[in-house]
Write a protein that binds this ligand. Structure first.
Ligand code: ADP
Ligand code: NA
Length: 330
């Protein structure tokens, strides 16, 4: 049987991915190359919804692609491309926007959160229609599955509703995608505030490990991570969120089970765990940084690789859009 098709995207909105992006999303992309017909996209159209600087965006788009390659995406085993290189995303988004209710779009909680942070008057229409573009991203490729965390659940529901609505009004056109729940996904928390998720918008840089930062800095952040006052090294996210986060990161990066780690550190101190994890992190990021630098050292080659990805993507997206245009009377 054919492998299920999956689509996922990541925004080029930072100079580096952080450990949460890697362990919560990108690591699974690498694994899904084997099990899925995978389409991965650096979503630069989404990255302009909240204001941006052109040169920074151009740089971050390439850094994002280079990092994805560096952590193990293989253009021979997946389709990796940049969203703006494939014009059908914006074209289908317009069509889908015309079958989306204003009230329906207004119920998206992520817009409410983000726009209230920016000030409702300042939030762009692009930010408002972001979930419609996301629906177009997915439906263009007839994706069977979309990996989603809790925060994206409502957007996937909208995508499914829009696909069904279009199919009902204009004839079967889109695959209705299902949520793909990844079992291994670790929720990584902020090293300085272990009750909050690690995020690029976190208040303290000491709480975030960036894959591309100086490894000595990462090591220091691990060693000064906030932990509880107890002594026991035990996985208990409710009562020991800091230690549990460190154990989760350790387990994911070293490929060892949490219970194995608990046994190893029984009777030992937090300092031992932190010192060892700091080394694990440093060893983990070093080759990723070297490979990222290699990709960024040959931009002509990187751009060529992304152009090939965009061509592969267009071979599917153009077909879908042609059908859509026919069905709606263009
Ligand atoms: P940020 O929260 O830093 O702004 P994004 O929202 O751009 O990150 O997230 C990109 C991807 O990384 C998403 O799939 C998201 O679910 C995942 N992700 C982000 N932060 C974490 C985290 N702390 N733990 C697990 N996954 C995360
Ligand atoms: Na975010």
């Amino acid at each position: 049987a054919a492998k299920p098709r999956v689509l996922s995207g990541i925004q080029p909105t930072a100079d580096s991915f952080h450990l949460g992006n890697y362990l919560g999303a990108v690591r699974n992309w690498v694994a899904m190359q084997e099990t899925h017909d995978a389409f991965y996209c650096v979503v630069d159209l989404h990255a302009i919804t909240a204001g941006h600087d052109p040169e920074t965006l151009r740089k971050r788009t390439r850094i994002s692609a280079a990092q994805l390659l560096a952590v193990g995406l293989d253009p021979d085993r997946c389709t990796l491309f940049v969203q703006s290189h494939v014009p059908e995303h914006a074209q289908l988004a317009w069509v889908m926007g015309c079958i989306t209710g204003f009230g329906e779009a207004s119920r998206m909680t992520q817009f409410k959160d983000k726009s209230s942070r920016q000030g409702a008057e300042r939030a762009s229409v692009g930010l408002f229609t972001y979930p419609v573009l996301q629906a177009a991203d997915i439906l263009l490729y007839q994706a069977d599955q979309v990996p989603v965390g809790e925060d994206q659940r409502q957007h996937l529901e909208l995508t499914r509703d829009l696909a069904q609505r279009f199919n009902g009004q204009f004839g079967a056109t889109f695959t209705v995608p299902a949520a793909y729940i990844v079992k291994e996904t670790a929720k990584i928390t902020d090293l300085q505030d272990p009750t909050a998720k690690m995020s690029k918008s976190s208040s303290s840089p000491a709480g975030i490990i960036d894959l591309l930062e100086d490894p000595a800095r990462s090591a220091k952040k691990i060693r000064s991570a906030v932990t509880d006052t107890g002594r026991e090294i035990r996985f208990d996210p409710e009562n020991k969120p800091g230690i549990s986060n460190l154990l989760g990161i350790y387990s994911a990066l070293a490929g060892r089970s949490v219970s194995d780690l608990e046994a190893e550190y029984e009777g030992r101190g937090y300092g031992d765990l932190k010192k060892d994890l700091a080394e694990v992190v440093v060893e983990f990021v070093r080759p990723i940084q070297e490979r990222t630098a290699t990709y960024l050292g040959d931009l002509a080659q990187l751009d060529k690789l992304l152009a090939v990805g965009a061509e592969k993507a267009r071979s599917i997206s153009a077909t879908t859009l042609r059908t859509v245009y026919q069905r709606i009377g263009f």
